[in-house]
Design a protein around this ligand. Structure first.
Ligand code: HEC
Length: 282
């Protein structure tokens, strides 16, 4: 009985191998039992319908297969009003040519007649994201952590460091390998407004691609804070120190607004002379 069973299993295994090798194409799995289990019909949003099982429809292959969300909708980010406000579409629109140069799909673009392009004074806006700071009592000592920057550090390592470098000096491994060039040192970008940094990270700039599909707006604003920290090691010092423990308190977490930068009201009607902008770069 046992021998029969083993024999049966072996016979099945041998026939699978034999039938499986009945083809000359080394990339083919051979005779397929129920091919739909190997290759199910593609009904997923990101599958390229232009290429199904050897057939190709050149026209379809160039189209985005994912459905675009209805215009004006935003993803659900919970009910915290500050978070939701951060996620609303940004009021500064990208230059229309970014559709081609930086592959922006499904975006509203600035009217080419209006002066809402990069380095425009309208980008002279400030970071709306508060820093989340935690103070802990460890023994006698109060230890503070900037949770926003700790999270931004992870985002930076995953999305930016290979070009911009661990120290933000523009010497990431991509530069070292010689594969890429022209990445600036963040220290040379200290005169740019938060809004300008956001604009460039969100929509892209020159040889840097857009990060709109990888990072949400809150994450990008946290990276803007992180870049400021590269530029000035004391950037979050006063915010950190403002979080203190009351008597008997062991731990506290607070959201602190960074008000280092003056709020500049921009009059959209004003005719801005580019020479007068508070930037030295570009
Ligand atoms: C593929 C390489 C690459 C990656 C990845 C990259 N950058 Fe850049 N970045 C560049 C280059 C190149 C420039 C210079 C663009 C120019 O001035 O034309 C630049 C410029 C910038 C600037 C200056 C913008 C300005 O207005 O002058 C900021 C800020 C910046 N990057 C932040 C980031 C952040 C944050 C990330 C990660 C989310 C990131 N970059 C990812 C290559 C990269």
């Amino acid at each position: 009985m046992k021998i029969r069973l083993v024999g049966g299993v072996m016979l099945t295994a041998i026939s699978v191998v034999l039938f499986g090798s009945c083809v000359s194409d080394k990339d083919s799995s051979g005779l397929e039992y129920m091919p739909d289990m190997y290759r199910s019909p593609a009904i997923e949003p990101y599958v390229d319908y232009g290429q199904i099982q050897g057939r190709e429809d050149a026209e379809l292959a160039l189209q985005q297969s994912a459905l675009t969300p209805p215009h004006g909708t935003i993803p659900y980010y919970g009910t915290n009003q500050e978070d939701v406000t951060l996620m609303l579409p940004w009021e500064i629109l990208p230059n229309a040519v970014f559709a081609q140069t930086h592959g922006l799909k499904g975006f509203d673009f600035a009217d080419p007649e209006e002066d809402t392009y990069e380095n425009d004074a309208a980008a002279w806006t400030w970071n709306p994201l508060k820093l989340e700071i935690q103070a802990n009592l460890e023994g006698e000592e109060v230890v503070r952590k900037n949770l926003t920057l700790a999270n931004a550090k992870k985002l930076y390592a995953a999305n930016c460091m290979h070009c911009h470098g661990e120290k933000g000096d523009g010497n990431g491994p991509m530069m070292a390998s010689g594969a890429y060039s022209g990445v600036p040192n963040y220290k040379d970008k200290a005169s740019l407004a938060d809004g300008q940094l956001f604009y460039s990270i969100y929509y892209g700039k020159g040889m840097m691609g857009s990060h709109a599909s990888q990072l949400n707006k809150k994450e990008i604003w946290s990276l803007v804070h992180y870049i400021r920290k590269f530029q000035d090691a004391d950037y979050d010092k006063s915010a950190m120190e403002s979080v203190t423990l009351k008597d008997g308190q062991k731990e506290v977490t607070k959201m602190v607004e960074v008000s280092a930068a003056p709020k500049v009201e921009v009059d959209p009607e004003a005719d801005v002379d580019p020479e007068m902008e508070p930037t030295e770069e570009n």
